[in-house]
Ligand binder design. Sequence first.
Ligand SMILES: [Zn+2]
Length: 277
Amino acid sequence: MEHLNSTQIIESGALSDAGMYEDALDTVSHEFFHVWNVKRLRPIELGPWDFTRPLNTRSLWIAEGITNYYGHLMQRRAGLWTDERLYRELAMQIGVIENAPGSRLMSAEEASLLAPFLDGAPTRQQTNLGQTSISYYDKGEVLGLTLDLLIRGKTGGRNSLDDVMRRMYEEFYRNSSNATYYLRGRGYTVEDFARVVSETAGSDFTDFFARHVRGVEPPPYDEAFAQLGLRLTKTSAASSSSNATPAAARRSEYRIEEMKNAPVPIHELRRRWLRGE
Ligand SMILES: [Zn+2]
């Protein structure tokens, strides 16, 4: 759980157990990014708090999903992960979204608004949310990745999602008058975020937000990956079990591959994305 100057991380086993140390580092990476994204730079509904009403926000896909994206990207940039390991993780996230029946029914904004019903909230009533909802963590990560690659492509590598986050931090945290006595700055709206994306990309992203953030159209993966000489491939995973459910039988597996014949400047854009330069 992220706090302003600390975090509390609880693992279900010993760090010496198989995979547990890597799992803990993954959580550390995510919570560390929260120091900036959500604890200081924050959606307008998340501080100052209005305890007299429910605090619903359309921005959890930014606050949690983009934190998820950087949590993974930072492990590559820190040298803990190889390029292949990052590609595997991002392709897995895309698979989670694209294989979910709910991804054509629920948008990133709507998933954010429904957090109290989706985020492990206990309920006595059986619901169909498993078939009709998506996670704003996964969808936000996939949207963050897509935006990052598109901005890098459109600006020839001069700008990226890193710059969007820096500009947001400057505008809403460092250079903003305090909206509350206990914390610097003020909160942002999805529209503020969309504006800063367009400014940073030097190109209007209004349509992107309408179709892929407020709407349920799949992100433009092919266009985004091509910017950095990458390709997303999809294979239908044949189920080994004869009694698999129809949904399981239709599952696709996603892979991210480098296009070896991409021009040198494109390879350079990709190198800088992976290294954080
Ligand atoms: Zn988080």
